[in-house]
Design a binder for this molecule. Structure first.
Ligand code: PLP
Length: 379
């Protein structure tokens, strides 16, 4: 039997490997459990860990520790944020490229939803927003800070100014942006902002909602008085402590981003020269994300080819069902014809240039075979 081929993980937007600091923090809690609501020493220690993590996570996004609630992840944080802004509004304007955590939650609510289109580059169309807001009804608006598939960074601060002038409020899904680019809640002008631990090197199953002064979230369910009564249920102390440690490490490493982008771009240039289309290449993107389409090479076959060669990437978003489906994000960008042959590669804190070049080598080898076969079939 041949030795197992080392795998190379380039699917950090699906989930990031646990940072060593986060792992240490999680293990320390698992070895010394305590309920933060207990008054004895073990309880007080657990409370201290939760509050330390709150300070660390709040610092990552410039939030106040008084206005940051821990949740079970990004999905719940988005639901809590949307709920906080939905009372008394006439309409929810939701960008077409939002994650299902936002789109489906919005659609399941009582407030009518309108989808806010994006440009061909995958940027939410501010002209459309301005025209829509001029109608004068009371909106709540959802715009993610960076898209999970394309990495395209959205004009959140500009949107927030328009929304505020129209008397509306803005929810921002910052799940993919956090830890990859600098974030400041006040500078963005967001009313609520959702985060997820596992996208920045914390454990899966922890997230947070940060909110601005004047916003008072309504709990999604009832129970104990944890998290200021905004999120009942015993805190997941281990995951929260890991989240805090990951947030602190991610914040310290934010300056590494330009190197990551340069390695990503060098790989992208090689793929482009062979015929790949790079999504959102003309607009600001997260430094770690590369979304491409290879005409004639279906997404699932690309993923399988790369997986067999030891490189793990994904076909657009990591669909919860595990199935590959054409990307609604690319469809919203008017790139529906390319959606069935899209691919997303995404790096992280221990990705280095050799990972991006190994990915490009393998991809180019596969694409050369596909195009050679197509030429033979045509001939
Ligand atoms: N929002 C975005 C942009 C995401 O990429 C994800 C995860 O893929 C989520 C929300 C959901 O986060 P979680 O997996 O923590 O529930």
């Amino acid at each position: 039997m041949s030795p197992p081929r080392p795998t190379l993980y380039l699917d950090w937007n699906a989930t990031a490997p646990l940072r060593p600091q986060a792992r240490a923090a999680v293990l320390a809690v698992l070895d010394a459990p305590g309920n933060p609501s207990s008054v004895h020493g073990a309880g007080r220690r657990a409370r201290d860990l939760v509050e330390r993590a709150r300070t660390q996570v709040a610092a990552l996004v410039g939030a106040s520790t008084d206005r940051l609630v821990f949740t079970s992840g990004g999905t719940e944080a988005n639901a809590l944020g949307l709920r906080a802004l939905s009372d008394g509004v006439d309409v929810l304007l939701v960008s077409a490229i939002e994650h299902d955590a936002v789109l489906q939650t919005a659609r399941a609510g009582a407030v009518p939803v309108e989808v806010w289109p994006v440009t061909a580059d995958g940027v939410a169309d501010l002209d459309w927003l301005e025209r829509r807001l001029a109608r004068g009804d009371r909106p709540a608006v959802a715009l993610m800070l960076a898209n999970n598939e394309t990495g395209v960074i959205q004009p959140v601060a500009q949107a927030a100014a328009l929304v505020r002038a129209a008397g509306g409020r803005l929810h921002v899904d910052a799940v993919q942006a956090a830890g990859k680019i600098a974030i400041d809640l006040a500078a963005l002008g967001a009313d609520t902002l959702a985060l997820s631990a596992h996208k920045l090197g914390g454990p899966q199953g922890a997230g947070a909602l940060a909110f601005a002064a004047g916003v008072r979230p309504t709990p999604l369910w009832r129970g104990g008085g944890q998290e200021q009564g905004l999120r009942p249920g015993t805190e997941n102390v281990a995951a929260i402590a890991g989240f805090g440690a990951a947030a602190e490490a991610a914040r310290a490493a934010l300056s590494d981003a330009s190197a990551q982008a340069a390695w990503r771009d060098a790989a992208a240039a090689r793929l482009k020269a062979a015929g790949a289309r790079i999504m959102g290449e003309a607009v600001p993107r997260l430094p770690n994300t590369l979304c491409l389409a290879a005409p004639g090479w279906p997404s699932d076959r690309q993923v399988m080819w790369l997986d067999l060669g030891g490189v793990q990437v994904s076909a657009g978003a990591a669909c919860s069902s595990g199935k590959v489906r054409p990307s609604p994000v690319l469809e919203a960008m008017g790139q529906g014809a390319l959606a069935p042959c899209a691919l997303r590669a995404s790096g992280g804190y221990d990705t280095d240039p050799s990972h991006w070049s190994a990915f490009a080598d393998l991809w180019l080898d596969g694409y050369a075979r596909v195009t050679a076969r197509q030429r033979t079939e045509v001939a």
